[in-house]
Design a binder for this molecule. Structure first.
Ligand code: ADP
Ligand code: MG
Ligand code: MG
Length: 263
């Protein structure tokens, strides 16, 4: 069947590298969804479809409802995240209270723990790819750079968004722990309003990511609690064996203090 027999396509919700995302409405039920169009051909596009099919089934991950295709495109009909991007909420909100930040990190870590348990590394965690549901629930989206790891094999290839990329990605082999680093960059931005590693050029930014020490000095740092600093330093550590897992982050005192206990 063709997508336009079943869905009415409406306005554009977002644009990306490989295609666009539009609002669509089921002709049968009137229910609204988001439809991502991906041009066929690139291997990476097939992988995105395959990984989303593999993952559907966690409240913190955007659910795939159906896939249509024609000669040129895949059409991914996904759950609609009507709250928009975390990025836009951050632009409106400015600094986050520790309580709000802890809720976001907790929801993100529940989704990331699920992905890692399913053998999927997202590799592009950043506020453009974190969407919000109708009542503000966090939904991890955009599995366009995600990969599946089998039997703890290591990953290679420099991918991701420069400011969020983990240092080990820039040097060689890496694991699912890269997602924790990126979430640490996000936590830093939520708490103090700026990215932890910056530079005038990509090269200087990458140098900072590889070498610069987090000093917790200046700006909004004086208002950030010790437990928050402790968690952040255990997410943004270059020592991969001590960098926390998603499950360990969910059990960190700063998360338990501000959020409901885990069931
Ligand atoms: P790309 O791989 O091109 O970055 P994304 O999957 O990140 O594509 O989608 C691009 C943008 O489209 C997102 O940043 C968001 O604004 C919008 N978008 C994507 N999926 C949805 C969705 N399920 N609901 C609402 N908006 C979405
Ligand atoms: Mg994206
Ligand atoms: Mg993508």
């Amino acid at each position: 069947k063709k997508i336009d027999q079943e869905y009415e396509l409406d306005r554009t919700l977002g644009k990306g590298k490989f295609g666009s995302v539009v609002l669509c409405r089921s002709k049968a039920t009137g229910e609204e969804f988001a439809c991502k169009t991906l041009r066929k051909g690139e291997e990476i596009v097939h992988r995105e479809v395959e990984i989303m099919q593999h993952l559907s089934g966690h409240p913190g991950v955007v659910t795939l409802k159906a896939v249509y295709e024609d000669a040129e495109f895949f059409y991914l009909v996904m759950e609609l995240c009507s709250g928009g991007r975390l990025l836009d909420q951050m632009a409106r909100e400015g600094l986050y209270s520790e309580q709000k930040a802890a809720h976001i990190i907790k929801e993100l870590m529940l989704a990331v723990r699920y992905c890692h348990e399913m053998g999927v590394v997202h590799r592009d965690i950043k506020p453009e790819n974190i969407l919000l549901g109708t009542s503000g629930q966090m939904k991890l989206a955009d599995f366009g750079l995600a990969v599946r790891i089998l039997d703890g094999q290591s990953l290679t290839g420099v991918v991701g968004s420069p400011a969020y990329v983990a240092p080990e990605v820039l040097v060689g082999n890496y694991s699912e722990k890269v997602d924790i680093w990126s979430a640490g960059v996000l936590l830093h931005a939520l708490l103090v309003g700026v990215l932890p590693f910056q530079g005038d050029s990509l090269d200087t930014m990458f140098e900072a990511i590889k070498k610069e020490k987090l000093d917790f000095v200046g700006g909004a740092w004086e208002f950030v609690s010790q437990p928050a600093r402790d968690l952040l330093s255990k997410m943004l550590t270059r020592n991969i064996s001590t960098r926390l897992t998603a499950d360990q982050i969910l059990r960190h005192p700063w998360i338990s203090f501000y959020t409901e206990p885990l069931l």
